[in-house]
Ligand binder design. Structure first.
Ligand code: ATP
Length: 496
């Protein structure tokens, strides 16, 4: 990680990138990096809290304002190669005089052969004034790779005098992927304090810590779930596919070592109320990993670049807590109108491009479950083979599937008995979705409770079915349209 970061950062300096924005909160890590690429460069530092400070000793030299500091160091680039390190100055980047000074340093650096001065803005917050956009290069410190995390864990064990088997370190390292060195050490400390050692059981502690990170970040939502794969009636094809992928997720380390590709995720399109959300939750349960929801609407911001920045943060956060299921509900609405020839709005197009590139390049263990009610406005790039591992279509349940859904919901409420004539119920529920079947069962039970808690019989259920307005009646046209649209793509029927 470190070698990689050093070589990328020094290549930016060599390529005359005048202002490098290092988006990181751990200043010690950043100082080490800047120091290791400085070679002959003189380093001057400004910290918003203190003014000019000595880069090495951190002693305060002068309580300048940023503006006066920049005026003083502006010409240093003529005498000697100079690195100007500015820390926590994001609020000052709204000051037009500061912007003008930074712009001048950047222009000199690009235009004058005898001038070498690079500015490093270091902050955990990314805020780029539009006037400086073309001069700024954002640099994200790469997160440690699995092997590096394993070494950190083993080093930690040696430091604490505890024996951590290599196999344990390998497994824990995968769960810690996505976190920076500082966060990893914090979690190891916590695990050590809890049990006096580090074991595979600490994976649940890591999941909890990662959930806290999500809550703090605010870009994603942690979804609590109790739904299991057995709670889904029908969808056998989809369930079998998921069970296969679950085996990989539950044994990630050896799967990756064996050469298995980490599953990317799936897209489920289909009728409302037929179990798409249920599947997202049951997947997380089956894989034994957290479920986080990405709501693209929530990422939209008022300022230029704000939405893209939010998307970047959200995806980084998902990676930080991976392995996890990233659920994007109603994905057709999130990126509506792109690629259908009607233009779509510019921010949505950029967000979509960003998401697609991330999906394409991602090597993390974020498993995407995208769900959609229709594909009419969905960009075709999404539906091409290779984006998702598989595209599933959820139709209305057939006879056999209705039987199993009815059974699940009756059993769940303790009202299943062999006297119920399921055959008749199936005949009367053609065109019902899963949620229709569930509400027929719920209403029948409620009615029986009202009628002096009488037994839930076939008659009561038939009565309730009669009163339920099924989805195929209310959404007939939409369903036919969806079926037509799906024929153009390679969707697999989730049921068969
Ligand atoms: P929407 O597109 O409207 O969000 P959805 O396909 O995501 O719909 P769910 O939220 O998964 O639908 O389904 C609603 C409820 O209906 C579920 O919580 C579950 O109780 C019941 N249900 C739907 N499909 C099934 C199924 N195949 N098996 C068992 N229950 C089901």
């Amino acid at each position: 990680m470190r070698e990689n970061a050093v070589s990328v950062l020094s290549s930016y300096v060599d390529a005359l990138r005048p202002i490098i924005y290092i988006n990181h909160f751990d200043f010690k890590v950043v100082d080490d990096l800047i120091n290791s690429i400085s070679e002959h460069a003189r380093i001057v530092e400004f910290n918003n809290a203190f003014g000019a400070i000595d880069f090495k000793s951190k002693l305060v030299k002068n309580e300048y304002t940023l503006e006066s500091f920049l005026k003083i160091v502006m010409d240093d680039g003529y005498d000697q190669e100079t690195f100007v390190v500015l820390k926590d100055v994001q609020a000052e980047l709204k000051n037009p005089k500061v912007i003008a000074l930074l712009k001048r340093i950047a222009e000199f650096n690009l235009e004058k052969e005898d001038y070498h001065e690079n500015v490093f803005i270091v902050s955990g917050e990314l805020l780029i004034p539009s006037e400086l956009e073309q001069f700024i290069t954002v640099f994200d410190i790469p997160l440690p790779e699995t092997g590096e995390i394993r070494d950190l864990i083993l080093d930690y064990g040696r430091g604490m005098n505890i024996e951590i088997p290599k196999e344990t370190a390998d497994e824990i390292a995968i769960s810690l992927k996505g976190l920076n060195e500082f966060q990893i050490k914090q979690i190891l400390n916590l695990a050590y304090q809890n049990g006096g050692t580090i074991t595979k059981e600490d994976k649940s502690l890591i999941v909890k810590e990662k959930e806290l990170l999500v809550k703090k970040g605010g870009m994603l939502e942690i979804v609590n779930f109790k739904e299991k794969i057995e709670d889904i009636g029908g969808l056998n094809n989809l369930k079998q596919w998921l069970e296969r992928k679950a085996q990989i997720f539950k044994d990630l380390d050896s799967a990756i070592k064996f050469g298995v590709d980490v599953p990317k995720g799936l897209l489920i399109v289909g009728m409302p109320g037929c179990g798409k959300s249920l599947t997202a939750k049951a997947t997380a349960n089956l894989f034994e990993i957290p479920l986080v929801r990405l709501d693209v609407g929530r990422l939209l911001g008022k300022y230029v670049g704000e939405s893209e920045n939010n998307m970047r943060k959200a995806l980084k956060l998902a990676e930080a807590i991976s392995p996890c299921v990233l659920w994007i509900d109603e994905i057709e609405k999130a990126f509506a109108g792109i690629g259908n020839g009607n233009g779509g709005n510019e921010v949505a197009i950029r967000l979509f491009g960003q998401f697609l590139t991330w999906m394409q390049e991602k090597e993390s263990t974020v498993f995407i479950v995208a769900t959609a009610n229709n594909i009419e406005n969905m960009p075709p790039e999404f539906l091409r083979k290779g984006r998702f591992d598989e595209l599933f279509f959820v139709d209305l349940p057939s006879e056999e599937e209705r039987r199993s859904i009815l059974e699940i919901h009756l059993k769940k409420r303790g009202k299943w008995n062999s006297k119920i004539d399921v055959g008749r119920l199936i005949n009367e529920t053609k065109g019902f979705s899963g949620v229709d079947l569930e509400s027929a069962v719920k209403n029948a039970i409620e009615e029986c409770f009202m009628k002096n808690k009488c037994a839930v019989t076939t008659q009561w259920l038939l009565q309730s079915i009669k009163e339920t307005k099924s989805i195929s009646v209310t959404l007939k046209d939409k369903i036919n349209k969806l079926k037509g649209d799906l024929e153009k793509y390679n969707f697999i029927n989730a049921y068969k």
